[in-house]
Design a protein around this ligand. Structure first.
Ligand code: 5AD
Ligand code: SF4
Length: 484
């Protein structure tokens, strides 16, 4: 695996056209393509919900669309370039069908605001992540020939009352947003500028959404937020930073929310992402240990294994603190999968500091990692304060070292799964064959097995006998009856 072909690195900038499961006819056709993180995919389901309510249907073919929306990511420069190329493809559609409308949604819309409409004239509509309720109105404006923009960030919007329309869904697993925005201000990150202040969604609405999904046959929900551990809901529109100690004590914490969702039904699996090392507490770990249906998997981005670099990144923890969190996970949840995000070549990172990232990876033995070269983003603290002075070839070489090590660690993890029985939730056909089903074990490893009479949504016990570098392969030795 070399850097250019490493899916792990490119995954966050792959676009995916999102369509409804059932094809509806009539109405205007919406082509909706999403880039970036799961949060963006989850937002696209809100966007679809709003527009389907207005009579739209979805299409997979942008050439026949009346409205083309790209939900964008601004996290690294590469993600933005990809979207720009796509916008040029869409320009061709407008040449053929001048009535077609093109809109940019999400983080890039928020970051570049008027630039798309005025300087670049690439699009008709620009909408930030907190303004999706305004879409019908903006579409009307654009249809009348006005350029339409709403990039106002909100301190309250959580879209709590909207039921997302599940797009490109397997009917078994779904994402539920629990917080929006981020207050952490990591110095490299553009998210606090594009997604605004952190706010937590009403737990009632989260639980109702999960219950409704379960009733419709879904068997796994992933609770999503930039930093799920800082979830705190106090009701009455109260802001976290203004709460008294008493109000805090009466608020719903992430651990409590997790438990409430886990209690919906033992056959509803619960996952969550992303955890922040500075906020992930033992209460969450104990809640995970207490409920069988909370999956044993934690995504805990480390970013760097060196304390000086972490300080410059404004991450709020040291190497030692991170290691102590890993020890807590290993003590409380011995069987827990751990994944991470790593950035190589952050401003002034030395060779020794890079080696500390490698040694930390060895210490943790990550199951999986998203690995990136540092990409300077406009307006961030790092852009204003530090020089982006690690030469590109050095960043790249360090990244390759991180990737190579992670490949070794992932291989160890996969091999450890051999000869064991894994409880797997079947999600659908495997990529390679319709005779095989794929699913995941609790630790989030992909497991493939012969279909026989099993179907998606089934929990099965698979004895793993073979593996590739990242996939476990085996045979079902027993189906678990639901309701146990
Ligand atoms: N450069 C490289 N990687 C970044 N990430 C966030 N901002 C940047 C950047 N400027 C990575 C971090 C984060 C993940 C979502 O993206 O690792 O955890
Ligand atoms: Fe960005 Fe840090 Fe917030 Fe994650 S926690 S979204 S890296 S600012």
């Amino acid at each position: 695996m070399n850097i250019s072909e490493n899916k792990v690195i490119d995954e966050s900038i792959q676009g995916q056209a999102l369509v409804l499961d059932t094809v509806k006819t009539g109405g205007k056709k919406l082509f909706l393509e999403s880039y970036g993180c799961q949060m963006n995919f989850s937002d696209s389901e809100i966007v679809a919900s709003i527009l389907i309510d207005k009579g739209y249907t979805t299409t997979q073919n942008f050439e026949e669309a009346d409205v083309i929306f790209v939900n964008t990511c601004a996290i690294r420069e590469g993600a933005e370039s990809k979207v720009r190329n796509r916008l040029n493809d869409f320009k061709r559609v407008k040449a053929k069908n001048p009535k077609a409308l093109v809109g940019v949604l999400g983080c890039m819309a928020e970051r570049l605001k008027h630039q798309f409409l005025e300087q670049e004239k690439l699009v008709d509509i620009v909408v930030g992540p907190d303004a999706y309720r305004d879409l019908p109105n903006l579409l009307d404006q654009a249809e009348e020939g006005h350029r339409a923009i709403n990039v106002i960030l909100s301190k309250e919007e959580t879209y709590a009352d909207l039921t997302p329309v599940r797009l490109g869904s397997n009917g078994v697993t779904a994402f539920i947003s629990i917080t929006r925005g981020c207050d952490n201000m990591c110095s490299f990150c553009v998210v606090p500028f594009t997604r605004g202040r952190e706010r937590s969604r009403d737990p009632e609405s989260i639980i109702n959404e999960a219950k409704d999904l379960f009733a419709r046959g879904y068997r796994e929900v992933t609770l999503l937020g930039q930093n799920v551990d800082s979830y705190l809901y106090s009701g009455g529109g109260l802001k976290k930073e203004t709460l008294t100690e008493e109000q805090k004590a009466n608020s719903v914490t992430f651990a409590q929310l997790l438990e409430k969702v886990a209690l919906i039904h033992p056959d509803l699996r619960v996952r969550f992402s992303t955890s922040h090392p500075k906020d992930m507490n033992d209460e969450v770990l104990h809640t995970m240990a207490k409920h069988e249906n909370i999956c044993n998997n934690i995504h805990l981005p480390v970013q760097s294994g060196n304390s000086r670099v972490l300080e410059m990144m404004n991450r709020g923890y040291t190497r030692e603190w991170y290691m102590s969190r890993i020890n807590a996970i290993r003590n409380i949840l011995p069987d827990c999968g751990i994944s991470t995000d790593i950035i190589t070549g952050f401003c002034s990172e030395t060779e020794e500091e890079h080696l500390e990232t490698l040694s930390l990876m060895e210490f943790v033995q990550y199951d999986f990692a998203y690995m990136f070269m540092y990409s300077e983003r406009p307006k961030t603290l790092a852009e204003r304060k530090y020089e982006d002075n690690v030469p590109e070839p050095v960043k790249k070489r360090r990244l390759q070292e991180v990737v190579d090590l992670q490949r070794k660690l992932s291989g160890i993890r996969t091999e450890k799964g051999l000869g064991k029985v894994h409880r797997v939730l079947a999600e659908g056909f495997s990529k390679k064959s319709d005779d095989m089903l794929m699913g995941r074990n609790s630790q989030n490893s992909v497991v493939v097995f012969p279909k026989e009479n099993y179907k998606k949504g089934d929990y099965v016990n698979v004895m793993v006998t073979e593996c590739t570098s990242s996939t476990l392969i085996g045979k079902v030795i027993g189906k678990e009856e639901t309701g146990q």
